[in-house]
Design a protein around this ligand. Structure first.
Ligand code: NAP
Length: 676
């Protein structure tokens, strides 16, 4: 239920508004957003042009990410059991969407008519206290500085005005909000058109994206006995239309492609759609935001348009609520644009590729053959299925902005985006800095083997970081890379942009359970204590001591109670090696970090420890020289150099529940180097 406290107001100086947020459009996107805003106590009014809810179901497919969004909000319970939607497709080529993550509770696709989704979302929004005003067409928006004046016209010509702090256009492809607020909507005009209809009284064979010599045909029988037909005659380009196509057009096209006559049927719903691909160049303009089809127009293929829109709304709700509460949190709204627009662009690209495969004439056959072969490969299936299901990370170009601390609370036990493989760290998330190679890589692999979702951080060597992720994924684990050079201004901010974004994408939240401060810089060989320069000294401290300190500080709001911080020190804090004095001093500092933070964080059950490796094979060239290795081996009581896995095992132990009683501790993992 929404909080009952005094409703938030946007500014002290602005005049009181009628409502905090006006949502234009009572489709699934607007209604989901309205309910979400109400869970945060935001006064919300929805204006809808239609006097009554739509009766036709344009879309009916829900993907894994959307199912999770619905589950977290109790919407799935309201929808009741949904039928499994069977396998999916990519441009009409069969693709089992369960390949995205077979352990995901909602792997695959699920069916629910859009009318039902809308009615449940409307019921939820109204129960939570949203105001819904139907039969009102928005005709003007005026930004009055502290608020927006929205004017709408009723069917009988009467005018209504509403003042609010923000307006969100969820009013579909022909969005009035987008037009009135002057958003640029760039992309490609349609070149191909497809007709669809729900027809009663016909009996045609079921067809799943059947490509025939003259075009494409789809036929699907609804439970009420009517049939959804979709048809495209090769090369058919979009017509100038002011309304739906005539049934005769559908009958003619169907006959041309399939040779079947459906003219005796009764059309229940008629529609034409095309391969338009356009996106707003920004999702926010001052106090006006866009979500769903208002922000992006795409061919409705495989339910992606609906799912993309619902996921926009899910991202926006908590952010907008946070902004309504605090006027200095514009970053939350900018973050909405920065998070969702690249995802939209990426989805539009993949839909364009699908529309080519689906609607292209005989010339695309060779491409379909190659694609068909590629879909025989597990990683390809997984990649595409994750993309369609909304489970893949966002495109690398996407930046991240702070998530709203006021975001919809997520029940960790309900979070299903995690591996089903039970390990000691299943359902945990871990950040390992400097895990593109060496000890960091081994640690990332080891934590992932125990079931943790691992953030593979690196400075510059992207190929190696990708390789770490690949090695983890090959073993069935989960990981994603984040780049951030440490020791330079803005380093920690950059790191956490990537961390929060990646976590949010994969788990729906930004909770971090394990932090391993492993990245480290070393003194260049041959730089004796008398040659160390101030610059070199500062560099070492910036990477090895300052960055870990501020990483811990920045991680605190994300770290779960009972979490783990493990700082990688060095055996050099226990024995003298003059050439390494500056480096050893940084490691002494990180041990102090562990000690003092251990005391500070004990009330939250977070343990903080240092692990000190001795000479450890990190894959660098010196370990290829047998004589050098032999010499280094003599330092260990076991007379061998350490392997990265030797250290990774110790870190993993400290990351687990078994180590709950160890904190503020220095753990020697040097193979007895200190024994003399
Ligand atoms: P490594 O192989 O040299 O790898 C270093 C990792 O840290 C890489 O992932 C690197 O990323 C990252 N990194 C380096 N400088 C960075 C910077 N400025 N910003 C962000 N990331 C940076 O390391 P290692 O030998 O496995 O050592 C891991 C930790 O153990 C270090 O803290 C080290 O001091 C400590 N240690 C190592 C030994 C040993 O013998 N290996 C002994 C005692 C202690 P890129 O790949 O992108 O450059």
């Amino acid at each position: 239920m929404p909080p009952t406290s005094t409703p938030p107001t946007d500014t002290d100086s602005a005049p009181p508004t009628d409502t905090d947020v006006v949502i234009v459009g009572a489709g699934p996107v607007g209604l989901l957003l309205a309910g979400d805003l109400r869970t945060h106590g935001v006064r919300t009014t929805v204006l809808e042009q239609l006097g009554e809810p739509m009766t036709e179901s344009r879309a009916s497919t829900l993907h894994a990410r959307t199912m999770t969004v619905f589950e977290e909000r109790g919407i799935l319970d309201r929808l009741g059991e949904l039928p499994d939607g069977g396998r999916g497709h990519f441009g009409g080529l069969p693709l089992d969407l369960a390949a995205a993550d077979p352990g995901h509770r909602y792997a695959g696709q699920w069916k629910c008519p859009q009318t039902r989704i809308e009615s449940v979302l409307q019921e939820r929004a109204l129960e939570l206290g949203a105001r819904l005003r139907r039969g009102l067409r928005v005709v003007s928006l005026a930004d009055r500085g502290g608020h927006v004046l929205v004017e709408a016209v009723a069917d009988d010509g009467g005018r209504t005005s509403v003042t609010c702090a923000f307006v969100v256009g969820c009013d579909g492809g022909d969005s009035s909000v987008r037009r009135l607020a002057g958003f640029d909507f760039e992309g490609r005009a349609a070149t191909l058109e497809m007709l669809r209809a729900d027809v009663a009284g016909i009996d045609v064979p079921a067809r799943r994206f059947e490509r025939l010599p003259n075009g494409l045909a789809v036929a699907h029988r609804w439970p009420d006995g009517s049939t959804r037909v979709m048809v495209h005659v090769h090369g058919a380009s979009p017509k100038e239309r002011t309304g739906p196509p005539a049934f005769e057009e559908v009958v003619t096209a169907w006959a041309e492609v399939t040779g079947e006559d459906i003219g005796h049927g009764t059309p229940l719903w008629l529609n034409a759609f095309d391969n338009t691909s356009r996106q707003a160049t920004r999702y926010r303009k001052g106090r006006v935001l866009l979500a769903g089809d208002a922000a992006h127009a795409q061919m409705p293929v495989g339910g992606q348009a609906l799912n993309l829109g619902l996921q926009d709304a899910a991202e926006l709700g908590g952010r907008l609520a946070g902004r309504v509460r605090s006027q200095d949190r514009d970053d939350l709204l900018d973050g909405y644009d920065l998070v969702r627009r690249p995802i939209g662009a990426h989805t539009l690209d993949n839909i364009r590729a699908q529309s080519l495969l689906l609607l292209g004439g005989p010339e695309v056959e060779p491409l379909r053959d190659v694609f068909g072969e590629l879909l025989g490969l597990g990683p390809v299936r997984r990649h595409l299925a994750r993309m369609i299901s909304g489970l893949s990370g966002s495109p690398a170009s996407a930046a991240q902005h702070p998530s709203p601390s006021e975001g919809i609370p997520h029940d960790p036990t309900a979070s299903t985006d995690r591996s089903s493989k039970m390990g000691r760290l299943t359902d945990k998330t871990a950040l390992v800095t400097g895990s593109s190679r060496g000890i960091g890589r081994a640690t990332a692999q080891r934590l992932a083997r125990e079931g943790a979702l691992v953030i593979v951080h690196y400075a510059s060597d992207q190929a190696s970081a990708d390789e770490t992720v690949e090695l983890i994924e090959r073993e069935g684990g989960r990981a994603f890379p984040v780049r951030a050079r440490l020791g330079v201004p803005g380093d920690v901010h950059e790191l956490f942009l990537g961390v929060e974004r990646g976590l949010k994408e994969r788990t729906g939240e930004t909770r971090l359970d394990i932090l391993v401060n492993n990245a480290g810089a070393t003194t260049p060989a041959g730089l004796g204590p008398e040659e160390v320069t101030a610059e070199e000294f500062d560099r070492l401290f910036a990477v090895n001591a300052k960055a870990p300190f501020f990483i811990v500080q920045r991680a605190l709001p994300l770290l779960s109670d009972g979490g783990r911080i493990i700082n990688i020190s060095s055996g050099l804090t226990r024995f003298a090696s003059p050439d390494q004095v500056a480096y050893a001093m940084t490691k002494g500092a990180i041990e102090q970090l562990s000690l003092h933070f251990a005391r500070h964080l004990a009330p939250r059950g977070i343990t903080v420890n240092s692990v000190a490796p001795g000479i450890t094979n990190n894959g660098s060239a010196v370990f290829d020289i047998p004589e050098a290795v032999e010499q280094m081996a003599q330092l260990s009581a076991f007379k061998r150099v350490g392997e990265a896995a030797d250290v990774a095992d110790v870190v993993t132990f400290l990351a687990g529940d078994e180590a709950r009683w160890i904190t503020g501790s220095f753990v020697d993992a040097s193979g007895g180097t200190l024994l003399g």
